[in-house]
Design a protein around this ligand. Structure first.
Ligand code: AKB
Length: 317
């Protein structure tokens, strides 16, 4: 039986991934860790420990002590926050990945590693529509540069040392359980929370800014399916494109108004507009579909209905 370590378990992806992994592998086999306290369901549902992935000694002890065979390393400084603290963000994003890759190289019991990349690896001269798997990559943000460098390291550790590291270029992820923090696509989560809380939202991107987004259940399924795929079927060892749906703030607002007719949106672009302007509008994820069967099941309409219903429930309690 696999023992799984999730780093960044209290975050937007981690809090949902841990729950799903515990359903599949059993509560006792999924070790949730973070540098901050996790939400009650993670704490009560199985083992949780405060762990700093930057501390390589603590990390290797943890992995050996708990006989960890799979690692999901989700901790990162996202695009908006990384622009405020460039050198710290670079250090955190890169050193943490290097610690994980080194442990996976050294400890034979570690069979697989998951590390998320992002659409941020693309840049202003990358084709913006249906961005191909292999294309120009010239990121101009610290976050994007760190993700692109990370992808190259993942590919290097796979080819040089046989480390089975798997990765997805996540688009903006939309969820209601745990709100994201410090990203450019965060608007697409905030908009739903503010629609329910206040009936209005001031968006930090313009009305027509198109970015790819994906509903969290599809992202969780994709992540686990990639990790469970037969190694021989995988042809990309840097990171797989994951498209989702291409949406603008204006289009989400129209969809929200079908449920909350009085919803008002205004636009006040800030520094994150310049980041979004260098990212793809839509992404070609045919390689992920071919190699390990990626499939998206939620569209904007279905996602909006669920987001508003779940946020209403959540804010009641
Ligand atoms: C961000 O906006 O920084 C992230 C991402 C797309 O990687 N959500």
């Amino acid at each position: 039986m696999d023992n799984i370590l999730v780093i960044g378990a209290a975050g937007q992806i981690g809090s949902e991934l841990v729950a799903e992994l515990r359903t599949i592998y059993g509560n006792a086999h999924v070790y949730a860790t973070d540098i901050k306290q996790a939400p009650p369901d993670i704490l009560e549902g199985g083992p949780f420990q405060i762990l700093d992935v930057m501390d390589d000694k603590q990390l290797i002890h943890f992995i050996i002590r708990h006989k960890i065979s799979q690692v999901y390393h989700l901790a990162a400084v996202l695009s908006g926050n990384a622009e405020k603290l460039p050198t710290q963000a670079w250090r955190i994003n890169m050193d943490s990945l290097m610690n994980i890759l080194e442990v996976a190289k050294m400890v034979e019991e570690v069979k697989k590693v998951f590390w998320p990349s992002s659409i941020a690896v693309f840049g202003p001269t990358t084709p913006r529509h249906e961005t191909p798997q292999r294309t120009v990559m010239d990121p101009v943000t610290v976050y994007g540069i760190s993700k692109l460098a990370g992808e190259r390291w993942c590919d290097y550790y796979f080819k040089k040392f046989g480390v089975d590291v798997r990765s997805l270029r996540y688009p903006g992820l939309i969820s209601y359980k745990t709100e994201p923090g410090g990203g450019t696509t965060d608007y697409a989560v905030e908009i739903y929370f503010e629609a329910v809380r206040q009936g209005k939202y001031e968006c930090f991107l313009t009305e027509a800014t198109a970015l790819p987004v994906l509903f969290m259940p599809d992202a969780i399924t994709a992540t686990i399916n990639l990790m469970e795929a037969d190694r021989s079927s995988l042809t990309v060892h840097s990171s797989y494109n994951l498209g989702g749906m291409s949406v603008t703030p204006g289009e989400i607002a129209v969809e929200i108004r079908k449920h909350i007719p009085e919803f008002a949106i205004s636009y006040k672009p800030d520094f994150r507009q310049a980041i979004a302007d260098t990212w793809p509008h839509s992404v070609d994820d045919s390689k992920a579909r071919e190699d390990w069967g990626f499939a998206q099941t939620y569209d904007l309409e279905k996602m909006t209905g669920i987001m508003l219903k779940e946020i209403r429930e959540k804010l009641k309690t």
